[in-house]
Write a new protein. Sequence first.
Length: 249
Amino acid sequence: MKIDIKESFIKTRKAGSIAAGALDEVEKIIKPGITTAKIDRLCYDYINDHDAYSAPLFYRGFPKSCCTSTNHVVCHGIPADKILREGDILNVDVTAYKDGWHGDTSRMFQVGKTSVKAKKLIETTYEAMMKAIKILKENIFLGDIGSTIQEHVESKGFSVVQDFCGHGIGQDFHKAPNVLHYGKKGTGEKLKAGMIFTIEPMINAGKYETKILNDGWTAVTKDKSLSAQFEHTVGITKDGYEIFTESKN
């Protein structure tokens, strides 16, 4: 089905703005003592109040409206009665579905005073995502994205998770292409104007290996080291790129 680029960007922009707004609201309540269930409820209410739907809810059986991944949880943590404590780090991943289109983003939060290593991990993860976004334009390769992230992350002494990746997005939540966060320059598919996908590096303080817990969703570091992630939904334009999920703050 032929999709008009202008329409796809307009609609993704709306969905992305709602998703980013939900994370801006999360920022206001992060402190020791709150539960991840409270964060989930806030995200659900905010997205619903903006006439959109929380795409993760019931997606392939996922039970909540967002993912909350703390400390050594890499991704897909399920909100529950878990109480956030001083020193925790937390990724909140939200996706708004608005007028048939998706906007997907995640952000790291620090609960109270965190360790120097945790701060460095979070800073490096954000830098890696933004370095990859800044090279986006027509005719570069998907491998250029992964190479840029991997080079920066490993230069800081951290590792790139290889079991999960970014993805195409639009009217479907997940679709081609897969966007790896490691790799070699000049490899993979060439980018073309109109492509919309996520860049969402997951970076570990220790080794890159992960495992899935018995709930079938929660991914954790095998060595129990800290993990961090940031995510934006981006689109390729004729003269560069657009970020659809930037914070309003």
